[in-house]
Design a protein around this ligand. Sequence first.
Ligand SMILES: [Zn+2]
Length: 270
Amino acid sequence: MTAINVSGIAYTSALAAILAADDIEPGTDVSYQLCKLLWTCHPLGGKLVEKPITETTISQFIGWDSKGKPEFVRSRKALQYADSIDDYVATMIKDNNGGYANDWLIGDRKTGEIAYLELGLKHSPVWRKTDGYFVSSNFARDPSLIKDETESFDINDLGSSPNARRVRWEQLMKENKGRIDVPMAEQFLADHEDSFLKEKKADQRTLCGHADAAKEGIPVFDWPPFYPGGAVQGKATDSDMAEKMTLIAHAGHPCGDQARCAAASSGGSG
Ligand SMILES: [Zn+2]
């Protein structure tokens, strides 16, 4: 590999080739591919390549510290500066204000490790694995956090959306362990199995998240009947795709049901 150095920053040969070519012309739009390459070479973009991260909201979370810092500040700082899962977790916990409380799924491409941070104010447990999986669907899993920091979230109510989706995720992980890839992830996101009713039905208890079809709404989210929320988009990636800053994304319900999701333009449950 060759490299050039501009203002003390080493660029890869791929970027050097782009900068030396005729692809960038003043007054013209640059391509998506070029933007992606430039972003990858940016320090923050490089970090995103190293550590793919996503989150799901913790249902019925009640903690709040007005003296803390908001999630978007801590998250942005962690994305750019954290060099490890430990760094990332420490940055997210420091000065947490409790707003937008999430379960954070963190991958480290350098070590092959994955982690799961359940970020409360009083409790912030972390689970880590080098072989295996974590699933998340708006449920809290730590008993102490559930007791002290939620409005009595009931993990035994298997008819509620977060718990029903958790059951379905666990079923799919068990059935497909060791052979999960991005095309299968796409199928999972479009899954219509209601684990509570034990039937195929596009509703709020499925991974495809048809909250807009739920006449009973989703009480743990305070969502009324037919609320325009749920899985309003789906995204999947793997380690190789993340290295290239790519992912598969679908706007609307991942099953392709655009008719009903057309109105579901807000309120994604994370
Ligand atoms: Zn669907």
